[in-house]
Design a protein around this ligand. Sequence first.
Ligand SMILES: Nc1nc2c(ncn2[C@@H]2O[C@H](COP(=O)(O)OP(=O)(O)OP(=O)(O)O)[C@@H](O)[C@H]2O)c(=O)[nH]1
Ligand SMILES: [Mg+2]
Length: 319
Amino acid sequence: MTSTTDIIQSIGKGSIRAIARALSKVENGSSDSTDILDKLFSRQQGFTIGITGPPGAGKSTLVNRMITRYRKTDNSVGVIAVDPSSPFTGGALLGDRIRMQSHASDPKVFIRSMGSRGHLGGLSGATRDASCVLSAAGYSPVIIETVGVGQAEVEVADLADITLLVLVPGLGDDVQSMKAGIMEIGDIIVLNKADRNGIEQLESYVKASLEYMPPGLKRPDVVRISAVNGDGLEDLWDAIDRLVAAQTVESRISHSAVTTLSEILKENGLLFFEKLLEIEYNGRKEAEELILAGQLSPYAIGKKLLERAERIFEHNGSK
Ligand SMILES: Nc1nc2c(ncn2[C@@H]2O[C@H](COP(=O)(O)OP(=O)(O)OP(=O)(O)O)[C@@H](O)[C@H]2O)c(=O)[nH]1
Ligand SMILES: [Mg+2]
């Protein structure tokens, strides 16, 4: 199994090996990954659920519950475990922790840990592409678990069709210090560990914070659960189902088309200008040295590269 066509055909037949192969290719940004994604993009049928929140909030425990829930209706479930803190080991720990749980031997559950590796678009680009592969392979939902509350998580929110922000009692300063905007990344704010003390305070705090959301933005649902003992999960599933029902395959694809195109423009732009940098200055390192030596500013270099690009377009007869 080597050619893109073979891989695409095998994915169509549900070959786990082909899916794993395609995932490695997109994760590493290998040269044929674009062709694979090109063929798969419009085949995406399912929906994606992003789950984010601080370390230890119970995200994986919730993912496990969610897998059980969707397996009851015979959905195939994909899970991408993202760990922004380890770009090279690819969040292996995270994935292992999930894997150890009850679904590891179920052939209709595909769990993958994700690192940014060679992908031009970094971790979020790699996650976006992996999610495209799994969704086109028939997994629905594709669940994306990301640790933390920062830029990487906002990017996940942008990527997923539905986003859950998981908070827990006792975060104290962590929650207090979260940027106000963080509350806006979740379609649903899940208050987990409701079996613990402090859940009341957390709920009051979260609801009070939501009062300050800018007008016009949709207020997220707030649902209390205990992922460990199962309390509140039915309410959470209802909240998710309502959001899913408000979307269509077309609305999801069109959202994905807009965000993916915009990221690909950035990624390609970077490639293009890195090449020009190579031509004009022997690459990024030498350009940086010129800047550090005080000979050129980054602005002068940027301007020079744009001028160079314009000359190329003129030479090729731009429209
Ligand atoms: N008391 C209680 N503990 C819970 C609940 N949900 C999860 N836990 C526990 O919290 C700990 C962390 O759970 P995980 O599911 O690994 O949390 P996570 O958010 O995936 O953690 P990272 O991936 O490391 O960020 C485990 O010991 C869970 O058993 C809950 O509802 N109540
Ligand atoms: Mg986890």
